[in-house]
Every structure is written in structure tokens, then in C-alpha cells.
Design a protein around this ligand. Structure first.
Ligand code: XMP
Ligand code: MG
Length: 179
């Protein structure tokens, strides 16, 4: 375990197993509608999760990335800013947004609105983590990996000041790391 980590909340094994389950669910749901989703990962947090998830989705899917920002340090701010937009049109295409964590829900609400505005036929969400206790807007993911308590979490894509994204598990930092 990394020296700055106080405890591991979700292990690598658990994440891989859950990705297999989510991938099966996603395939079943989209196949039943005769659709193939375009996965859109939100940079940078979703990268390890997207990479693990797509390995297990047994369909000819494609994926793209968007970069929106709503977070500085450990506190969420209201509006999202689009730093990197999609390269191709999503008009008439079912989109599956891939997120690292849903906290207040503001990012997701804005990005869903944006993609619908761009003409996506449907926008669904898969998130590795969900922190329902922090929600301020009425929104939820269609597929969730794990629920986490109201603690700041790092690892498997999640960062503190851009650090710890490469840890293969989700954990909580020692208190002294925030000083
Ligand atoms: P909202 O509040 O819009 O925020 O749902 C979602 C985004 O905020 C970041 N976030 C976190 N990042 N540890 C992190 O490293 C956390 O505990 C945490 N909570 C929220 C994250 O980028 C997410 O996409
Ligand atoms: Mg994020």
C-alpha cells in the first residue's frame, strides 16, 4: 500500500470483478434495444475505469473523451467548463458517459444536458463510484460500481492535486497529506 494511504476502500480485485459484471449488464441492456453505445469518458478521472470496463464489454463499441472541469482541490464548484470537446458528432447516437465518481451530481447534470443538446439519441451513465450523501441535484447513474461514504477518495483515476491517480485501488489519504 502507498505510504500516504490510510485505508483501502475498494481493492483492485473487487474493481475488476465489478467491471466484468457491469460490462455484462451494459451489453445485455444495449443488445436488447439493438444499439451499440458510444462510450464517452470524462478526463482524467475515468481513464483507468474506462480501460478496465471496455476490456469486458463484448460488443463493437467505440470510445471518446471529453474534459470538463468543476473541481479544484477538494471542493466542488457550480458550473462546468468544457476544456476538450468531442471530435465527432453524437447526433442520433446513444451515449454512455463514463465517470469516476458522482458527488454533488452537478458535472453529470451539465454534461448530460450538453450531450442531449448535441443530439445524442440517449445519454446513460456508468460511474465507478457514487457518493449519494453529497448529492445536491436529483440525478443518478444508470450503472454504479460501488457506493462510497462521504470521504474524499483517491486512486484508480481519482486524484488529490493530480496525484494518486495511478494507484490500482480506491482509498482514503492520511490526514497529514491534506496539510
Ligand atoms: P460533482 O460534484 O459535479 O463532481 O458530482 C464530480 C467530480 O468531482 C470530482 N470528485 C472527486 N475527486 N475524490 C476525487 O479525487 C473525491 O472524493 C471526489 N469527489 C468528487 C471528480 O472529478 C468527479 O468527476
Ligand atoms: Mg471527474
Amino acid at each position: 500500500m502507498h505510504k500516504d494511504v490510510k485505508k483501502v476502500l475498494v481493492s483492485e480485485e473487487e474493481i475488476v470483478k465489478r467491471c466484468e459484471e457491469l460490462a455484462k449488464e451494459i451489453k445485455k441492456d444495449y443488445e436488447s434495444k439493438n444499439e451499440i453505445p458510444l462510450l464517452v469518458g470524462l478526463l482524467k478521472g475515468s481513464v483507468p475505469f474506462l480501460a478496465e470496463l471496455v476490456k469486458h464489454i463484448d460488443m463493437d463499441i467505440k470510445y471518446e473523451f471529453m474534459d470538463v472541469s468543476s473541481y479544484e482541490g477538494t471542493e466542488s464548484i457550480g458550473d462546468v467548463k468544457v476544456n476538450l470537446d468531442l471530435r465527432s458528432s453524437v447526433k442520433g447516437i446513444p451515449v454512455l458517459l463514463v465517470e469516476d465518481i458522482i458527488d454533488t451530481g452537478r458535472t453529470l447534470q451539465e454534461v448530460k444536458r450538453l450531450l442531449s443538446h448535441k443530439g445524442a439519441s440517449d445519454v446513460k451513465v456508468v460511474s465507478l463510484l457514487d457518493k449519494p450523501s453529497r448529492r445536491v441535484v436529483d440525478i443518478q447513474a444508470d450503472y454504479v460500481g460501488f457506493e462510497v461514504p462521504n470521504e474524499f477518495v483517491i486512486g484508480f483515476g481519482l486524484d488529490f492535486n493530480q496525484k494518486y491517480r495511478n494507484l490500482p485501488y480506491v482509498g482514503v489519504l492520511k490526514d497529514e497529506c491534506y496539510q
